[in-house]
Design a protein around this ligand. Structure first.
Ligand code: ZN
Ligand code: ZN
Length: 382
């Protein structure tokens, strides 16, 4: 079966930025991660494809080679010019040229086996918190599926801790083997040790020599006061354990903040919509409102308040990250027109309206508007 285009695998355009690639990769990798799809072979295959695609495209040089030559740039043992070049062992394009021309140029760079052991993968975890928690800061407990160092072998991958690994007899520790292919003397990853340069003697029965084990850890993460929705907190070294003593990856915690039924946040300011009856707005009203910090605040609504009028409560807003400063809270008034009137209410309002008719002086905008309408019709007749 023909291999899918790496860009198509990640669902991005060919001109996608590094950031877009990363986003697309992370999203899909989360979705198809084997930990989330235990026993699902399709997800596992997809996950491998995603990793393969991203591994190439995240590297500018490899991406350029892929854009130019397609999959042929990376195929092992395929026919043609690019045969046998293997990126998976960690060599960049520079290594390719060394591999191609090093023998003609009398040596050149030789990649040793050292540093080949794979560092642990980064892990991404999402946490959702309340707006009030974002205000005050909180601690969240995460259950992180992760690869940890195998207890049984302390990460050596061997039953025999004193002498865990032997230098690979096939490649003599180089991690690569050479073969003549046509005109070129080419190198490829050593099939005996997978490029590690060493072979585990007496592999650990628990981890089968990997040096890591799948585990779920509970981890507490401190979320600082004033955190924004979408903030990413990096916990260095809390990702997956690396194979055979390699460094662990990092854990990225993505913070999402839930919608609050009363407060809307905009940066360090908080907005609150307060519905008022028409009469409250007309006569003035003292209202007590809750604040994000759990206290209450009194707001004096003056007589004649209109829908959309805004009242500011200083320093009652959101805390600003890494500072003692607080934003403001804004009370936004929405005047409600009464509905389903009782007979008495209707009488009172009719009386009110009759009074308003004769009370032109000092009356609001509507008087001016109806006056203009009257002029319009009269002017139209003349
Ligand atoms: Zn080897
Ligand atoms: Zn083990």
């Amino acid at each position: 079966m023909a291999k899918q285009d790496f860009y198509a695998t990640l669902g991005v355009a060919r001109e996608a930025s590094a950031e877009d690639l990363k986003k697309a990769y992370r999203k899909l990798a989360m979705q198809h991660h084997p930990d989330r799809n235990p026993g699902n072979k399709q997800a596992e295959a997809k996950f491998k494809e995603l990793n393969e695609a991203y591994d190439i495209l995240k590297d500018d040089q490899k991406r350029a080679a892929y854009d130019r030559y397609g999959h042929a740039a990376f195929e092992q043992g395929g026919a043609g010019f690019n045969a046998g070049f293997d990126f998976s062992a960690g060599g960049g394009l520079g290594d390719i040229f060394d591999q191609m021309f090093g023998d003609f140029m009398g040596g050149g760079r030789r990649g040793g086996a050292a540093g080949r052991t794979r560092a642990g993968n980064d892990v991404r975890q999402a946490v959702e918190i309340e707006l009030t928690e974002a205000f005050a800061g909180t601690k969240a407990n995460l259950r992180v599926p992760t690869r940890v160092v195998c207890d049984a072998c302390s990460g050596t991958g061997s039953e025999d801790k004193a002498r865990a690994a032997d230098t690979c007899a096939t490649c003599k520790g180089a991690g690569k083997v050479r073969a003549q292919q046509g005109f070129f003397l080419i190198e490829r990853t050593c099939p005996a040790c997978g490029g590690q340069g060493r072979v585990i003697r007496n592999p650990c029965k628990v981890c089968q020599g990997a040096g890591t084990a799948q585990r779920e850890r509970t981890l507490q993460v401190t979320i600082p006061p004033g955190v924004e929705d979408g903030t990413r907190i990096r916990l260095s070294g809390e990702g997956e354990a690396g194979g055979q003593g390699a460094p662990p990856g990092d854990l990225y915690v993505h913070v999402a903040i839930k919608q609050h039924p009363i407060f809307q946040r905009d940066g360090s300011n908080i907005f609150m919509r307060v519905p008022l009856r028409m009469t409250q707005a007309a006569l003035g009203f003292d209202v007590e409102v809750p604040a994000i910090d759990g206290t209450k605040a009194k707001v004096k609504i003056p007589p004649g308040t209109q829908t959309g009028d805004q009242f500011r409560l200083r320093s009652k807003g959101f805390s600003v990250l890494r500072s003692a400063v607080r934003g403001d809270m804004y009370i936004q008034v929405a005047v409600e027109t009464p509905q389903n009137l009782t007979r008495r209410q209707r009488e009172l309002l009719e009386e009110f309206e009759a009074e308003a008719e004769g009370h032109a002086k000092g009356s609001p905008e509507s008087e001016g508007f109806f006056h203009k309408v009257k002029e319009f019709f009269e002017g139209g007749r003349g």
